[in-house]
Design a protein. Structure first.
Length: 359
C-alpha cells in the first residue's frame, strides 16, 4: 500500500551565514522579519550565523529580536574615536581585536593569566568569553517549545572533513554545540569538542546551509530567506593584494545555493512524474507476477517519492552592500560599525521582504 506523502506542510526558513562582526547585519535582517510578523519555522546558520540562530530560536525572553540586538551591542566595543572615517575605523578596530581580542567574545592566548609559550598552540584565540556572553541570552530548554523555530547548526569535523549537523528536533543543545560552528582556523579561533568530535567552523564546507535544511526537513515545501553577508558581484577590480584576497574571500563565502534550488525543482518534477506513473500502474489490471514485482519495489518507491521532494516555493536573498573593500572588515566590532550594520540589515530586509509569502 502506498504511503501518502505529507505535502500539505509549508515552512518559512531563515538561513544565516558566517562572517564574524558582519553578523550584526543579520541582526538587522531579523529585526525587520520580526516587525513584519513573518513567522520563522526553521532557522539555520553556521559560524556567527549559528550563534545568531541560537538566540533567535532559544532567546530567554519572548522578544528574540531585542535579545539579538542586545547581544550585538554587548559585543560592540568603544575603542575607536567617533571622528574616524569608516575605513580608518575598520582598520584600527580590527587591529585592536587582533591584538587585544574582545572581552565578551574571544581572548588572545598571550593575555591569559597563565605562564608558558603559545607559539606551538593550534589556535590563538580562546572563545570562552563568547560562551559566557551567549548564555546570558539563550535558554536551550526553549527549543522544546513548539512555538519556537527549529534550530539547525552546521560545523566541520576536523578528523574526517565531513559536516556535523546539530538539529534541535533530535539533539539536546548546549552552548558547545553552538560554538562548535564558530571555530574559524584561518583567524586562529579555537575548535570545540562535542562528545568525541573535534569541530571547526561550518563555513569550511558551506557558508549557506540551505541544503542541510532540506535534508533535515525533506517533505515540507519551503519559503526561504537568506542573509548574504558577502557580495556576489563587485564592479571594482582589486587594486592591490589585500583587495584581491578580499574579493576572493567574498567569492568563497557568498551564497552558492542556486544549484540547490535548481536541483530541488528538477527533483520535484521527477517525483511528480514517478507518482503519476505509480498511480497509473495501480489503476490498471496486472497479473500476479507483475503485481508481485510492484509490491517488491513499493518500499523503495515510498522512500523516494513519499519521504522526499520538498519544493522551494520562494527564495529571497538579502545582500549586504559595501562602499569599500577591506579584508578584515569582519573583525571590526566598533560600536559605530555594529550599529551601522544593524541598520543596513533592517533597511535592506524591509525592501526585500515587502511581498514575502504573498505569491
Amino acid at each position: 500500500m502506498r504511503v501518502k506523502k505529507e505535502r500539505d506542510c509549508e515552512e518559512n526558513v531563515l538561513v544565516l551565514q558566517g562572517g564574524g562582526s558582519l553578523g550584526a547585519y543579520e541582526c538587522g535582517v531579523y529585526k525587520t522579519i520580526s516587525k513584519l510578523g513573518i513567522k520563522i519555522d526553521v532557522v539555520a546558520g553556521t559560524s556567527i550565523g549559528g550563534i545568531n540562530s541560537s538566540i533567535i530560536a532559544a532567546s530567554k525572553s519572548n522578544d528574540p529580536a531585542k535579545d539579538l540586538e542586545d547581544f550585538w551591542l554587548t559585543l560592540a566595543q568603544t575603542v575607536t574615536p567617533s571622528f574616524l572615517t569608516d575605513r580608518a575605523r575598520e582598520i584600527s578596530s580590527s587591529i585592536y581585536s587582533a591584538m587585544w581580542g574582545n572581552s565578551n567574545a574571544f581572548i588572545p592566548l598571550w593575555l591569559r593569566p597563565t605562564f608558558g609559550f603559545f607559539y606551538n598552540s593550534p589556535y590563538l584565540y580562546d572563545m570562552s568569553p563568547l560562551k559566557t556572553t551567549l548564555e546570558k541570552f539563550v535558554d536551550y530548554t526553549k527549543l522544546k517549545d513548539p512555538s519556537r523555530p527549529r534550530l539547525v547548526i552546521t560545523s566541520t569535523d576536523i578528523q574526517n572533513g565531513k559536516p556535523s549537523i546539530f538539529d534541535s528536533k533530535y539533539d539536546t543543545f548546549t552552548s558547545d554545540h553552538v560554538l562548535s560552528s564558530a571555530g574559524y582556523p584561518f583567524y586562529g579561533i579555537s575548535w570545540t569538542k562535542v562528545g568525541n568530535k573535534y569541530l571547526w567552523d561550518g563555513t569550511l564546507l558551506s557558508n549557506t546551509p540551505l541544503r542541510e535544511v532540506i535534508d533535515a526537513s525533506p517533505t515540507c515545501d519551503k519559503r526561504v530567506i537568506i542573509a548574504n553577508l558577502f557580495p556576489r558581484g563587485q564592479e571594482d577590480i582589486p587594486k592591490n593584494m589585500l583587495e584581491s584576497w578580499h574579493r576572493a574571500r567574498d567569492i568563497m563565502h557568498t551564497d552558492k545555493t542556486d544549484q540547490t534550488v535548481r536541483m530541488s525543482k528538477v527533483v520535484s518534477r521527477y517525483l511528480t512524474i514517478i507518482n503519476k506513473m505509480h498511480d497509473i500502474l495501480e489503476s490498471i489490471p496486472l497479473d500476479d507476477a507483475n503485481r508481485k514485482k510492484l509490491a517488491e519495489i513499493e518500499p523503495e518507491f515510498n522512500k523516494l517519492a513519499c519521504q522526499r521532494g520538498a519544493i522551494i516555493k520562494e527564495i529571497v536573498r538579502i545582500e549586504r552592500r559595501e562602499d569599500s573593500h577591506y579584508l578584515f572588515e569582519d573583525a571590526d566590532f566598533s560600536i559605530d560599525t555594529i550599529k551601522k550594520l544593524i541598520k543596513s540589515g533592517e533597511e535592506d530586509a524591509k525592501k526585500a521582504l515587502e511581498n514575502f509569502g504573498k505569491n
